[in-house]
Ligand binder design. Structure first.
Ligand SMILES: CC(C)(COP(=O)(O)OP(=O)(O)OC[C@H]1O[C@@H](n2cnc3c(N)ncnc32)[C@H](O)[C@@H]1OP(=O)(O)O)[C@@H](O)C(=O)NCCC(=O)NCCS
Length: 230
């Protein structure tokens, strides 16, 4: 149920001064992402700045006026969706915001999840959320293992669209490398599988996760590669 719509945000004014745009290949899918370093003196919250980026991405992708596009929140999960003229669209969007970087990602053929992690804030304090198998997926030569794992888990959770609460232990990361990862997210009702990749933006690690769009899966389970079928 959509019970909360983010107030009109970007209408007519772009916040992105020098946006960093990326088109990322995630498994078989193409994801558009945009990032901006938020001005320290901005009156707009980081959440609102990320929502603006998502609306700008969606307006450009859907070739619609910016003031027709709104980011809304599915409650109670908190998952963002794109509305055009108040009607939900089939594009998947995800946002992430830190003091040093905000970003948004969009995909029209897969569920997408974006997460930004500052490696300086992803230390051994996170270990309770990782299994021994996850911690041994790759050697921690550069001290980035935990940041990669945490970004991957949060991006995977967002992409899975399970709309149940985030329990890091129910998102399992597999086949981790500095380039990407495979994942499974589970709740009482479903197991969702997907893939992901990492990009570096400034000093941040950015994980982009993707999984087959659930509506498309219901229509035809044959449109996606074997590895991504449930
Ligand atoms: C997803 C989550 C882990 C991200 O937290 P974070 O890494 O600290 O923050 P990020 O900046 O990277 O991401 C925040 C964005 O994730 C998105 N998000 C939140 N919940 C989401 C969900 N269930 N699915 C997909 N995206 C979600 C929102 O767009 C949010 O932006 P907002 O805070 O401006 O609304 C956190 O928001 C969370 O735990 N959400 C679940 C809430 C919950 O348990 N709801 C009840 C269960 S039904």
């Amino acid at each position: 149920m959509i019970s909360e719509t983010v107030e009109p945000v970007a209408a007519g004014r772009s916040l992105a001064k020098e946006p960093i745009s990326r088109r990322v290949g995630v498994g078989p899918w193409s994801v558009d992402a945009v990032f901006v370093t938020p001005p320290r003196d901005s009156e707009m919250s980081l959440s609102r700045q990320a929502a603006c980026l998502a609306e700008e991405l969606a307006a450009a992708h859907l070739d619609r006026d910016l003031d027709a596009v709104r980011l809304a929140t599915v409650m109670p999960s908190g998952r963002p969706i794109v509305l055009v003229d108040g009607i939900p669209t089939r594009v998947s969007v995800s946002i992430s915001h830190l003091q040093g970087l905000v970003g948004a990602a969009l995909c029209d053929s897969a569920g997408v999840g974006l997460d930004i992690v500052d490696p300086a804030e992803a230390g051994r304090g996170l270990d309770a959320w990782f299994t021994p198998d996850e911690l041994s997926l790759m050697p921690d030569e550069h001290g980035l293992l935990r940041a990669l794992l945490w970004a991957a888990k949060e991006a995977a959770y967002k992409a899975a669209h399970l709309d149940s609460e985030f329990r890091p232990r129910t998102v399992t990361i597999r086949d981790l490398s500095a380039a990407g990862f495979a994942w499974i997210a589970q709740d009482r009702f479903a197991d969702v599988r997907g893939t992901g990749c990492f990009i570096g933006i400034n000093r941040h690690i950015v994980a982009v996760a993707a999984t087959p769009a659930r509506r498309a899966l219901l229509q035809s389970q044959t449109r996606f590669p074997e590895a991504y079928r449930p």
